[in-house]
Design a protein around this ligand. Structure first.
Ligand code: CP3
Length: 366
């Protein structure tokens, strides 16, 4: 009788088990974590990649006053920005406001963020000689501000929702370290891997070692789960993805498997969903170019899928968003599913459209 669901609020059904688990984890809303563990939940959890960002006027106000890395390196600003979408849009998880490019910075490369141009690394890695300029750093010496921001964010969240930590996948980080800027093709980064494979693998291993230490320290500081962003994984063929990207992601997942839950998001790398599942990760992000059922067939039943709303569709009128979101939720079906976009939210999305996305998930009954 005790385990019959009962109503606490109008919206939520809890069982005594749920309440006990939530009490033990110190989280009032742990839908995301339970979904990653494959447990049943009262409803589908929802968050948005790049949810802490330019579509929010409150973010843009801070942007007027402080430079990008100033915001990233100041724990109280990073905390404020991290929590904005929780307060303003009602997402079920916070993701730390930071950037994947703090890793090359900590390894010794200069990284600038230039308005309307994106990231610029003025002295990229091209030769064996260049490798001498970088190192696998002590993450506590170079990235302590991230761990301080995590501790402060956890305090300020006060158990409202879980906090997601993150890092770039080694291949995606190599893209920026070698190309020196954003690119549609990352042709120089690819050429580097194809013409100087030994050097490329040396660099990938250095990034991997740094990332493992970095993510372990994020977990120690308090993040509840981590996501590995391989934004440029889809630029590689299946074989190259295995050799240049997945091999290193696998090392990261193995190193973290006893410490936290891991989500891998390799945009466009649909061909490797099965291999990614076999790493032992608990979650797999997918973009909008693969259908939910196809992704499920590739991934099998034992991993949570996350995605895959086309971010540009958030520019549609709200009734269209609501209809399309419901269609997406129905296609993914019940269980082992986290609602999200298929890539980061665009800066020109109206806040009420983002809220419509989140609210449609939160009120949806399968
Ligand atoms: O998700 C979140 O809200 C947390 C914060 C976060 C940022 N970057 C903040 C940011 C996360 C998770 C990232 C990850 C990131 N950074 C990725 C992987 C995810 C993806 O979108 O593919 C990549 C490739 C980067 C590198 C990067 N940083 C680029 C290409 C740019 C410029 C273009 C852009 O999208 O704005 C950034 C800058 C950046 N990182 C901004 C934010 C909020 C915009 C900075 C500003 O102009 O205020």
């Amino acid at each position: 009788m005790l385990n019959k669901p009962f109503n606490i609020s109008k919206l939520t059904l809890f069982t005594i088990d749920d309440l006990l688990i939530q009490f033990m984890s110190g989280l009032k809303n742990d839908l995301l974590l339970r979904t990653l563990r494959g447990e049943q939940t009262e409803r589908i959890p929802v968050w948005m990649m790049r949810q802490a960002g330019r579509y929010l006027p409150e973010y843009r106000a801070l942007r007027e006053k402080y430079g990008f890395f100033e915001r990233v390196q100041n724990p109280s600003l990073a905390t404020e920005i991290t929590i904005q979408p929780v307060d303003l849009v009602g997402v079920d998880a916070a993701i730390l406001f930071s950037d994947i490019l703090v890793v090359p910075q900590a390894m010794g490369l200069e990284v600038q963020l230039i308005e309307s141009k994106g990231p610029v690394l003025p002295d990229p890695i091209k030769t064996q000689e260049d490798l001498k300029r970088i190192r696998v750093p002590d993450v506590h010496e170079t990235l302590q501000y991230v761990f301080d921001a995590i501790k402060l964010t956890k305090q300020e969240l006060n158990g409202r929702v879980p906090l997601i930590g993150f890092a770039g996948a080694p291949w995606t980080i190599l893209c920026y370290m070698v190309q020196g800027k954003g690119s549609k093709t990352f042709d120089e980064a690819k050429a580097f891997c194809y013409t100087q494979p030994e050097l490329a693998h040396q660099l990938l291993q250095m990034i991997t070692d740094t990332t493992i230490a970095y993510l372990k320290a994020q977990v120690k500081a308090g993040v509840d789960t981590v996501q590995i962003f391989d934004s440029w994984g889809g630029l590689l063929s299946k074989d190259d993805f295995e050799n240049i990207s997945l091999k290193y992601i696998r090392q990261i997942v193995h190193a973290l498997k006893d410490e936290t839950l891991v989500i891998i998001f390799a945009k466009g790398a649909w061909h490797s969903l099965q291999s990614m599942t076999e790493t032992g990760a608990q979650g797999l992000g997918i973009d909008w170019c693969i259908e939910p059922q196809t992704a499920r067939n590739f991934a099998g039943p034992n991993i949570s899928l996350q995605g895959n709303f086309d971010p540009a569709k958030l520019l549609s009128p709200i009734p269209v968003i609501q209809k399309e979101v419901k269609q997406m939720l129905t296609s993914f079906g019940k269980g082992r599913y986290i609602a999200n976009l298929g890539h980061g939210i665009l800066p020109n999305v109206p806040v009420d459209h983002a809220r419509a996305f989140v609210d449609t998930v939160k009120t949806f009954n399968l």
